[in-house]
Design a protein around this ligand. Sequence first.
Ligand code: SAH
Length: 216
Amino acid sequence: MEKDFEKLRQLMVKNQLIDRGIEDQLVIDAFKKVPREKFMLEKNRHLAYEDGAQSIDEGQTISQPYIVASMLQALNLDESDRVLEIGTGSGYAAALLAEIAAEVYTIERIEKLAVKAKEVLAELNYEKVKVKIGDGSLGWVEKAPYDAIIVSAAAPYVPEKLQEQLKKGGRIIIPIGERGGIQSLKLIKKKYNGKFKEEELEYVRFVPLLGEDSWK
Ligand code: SAH
């Protein structure tokens, strides 16, 4: 079984990522390593390397590998980066981040998911990932500033505190748009003069970011 997953994982990387234009070697190597099946519900493990988002507990989802890869590639991460993720969910994206970056902080508002993600991350030796239960629309000020922020849930606009907690030269990737509809994946760069520059990447569909500086 483990062997089958290993094979399916390498196929996923080739068919879903490389053949679709993912070329950042750090991102590719991370996806080759992280066992997505461990972050899935037991009954859905056989779907771990399917080309889509899958259900986890509490009506939430583990994102489609290609979308996570696009987001990580857009952030142009390197080994020295300190990264904040909003929306831990299963912990899969946090594990991928841990393979690439120096420090990973991730926030989840649903306690049950945060606890489970923490357990899986510990089991796989991702001690580098710090998980916090809380409202990510306010960021994690004690650990700021960050080189990169990835928001794994859709928002109506970019929360103010996330912009503040970003280093100059830093990047945020966030789906912005309608709740329960289609969103546009935005890459926002904080320039050295403190101004922001925005780029639109592609259309996506994420579960909503619910919090004080987002949808209520
Ligand atoms: N990155 C995850 C997928 C996340 S799905 C993975 O790899 O599995 C989005 C997650 O964002 C959900 O678990 C949801 O509960 C969480 N979320 C929504 N609003 C939030 C908020 N304000 N703060 C923190 N987490 C939030």
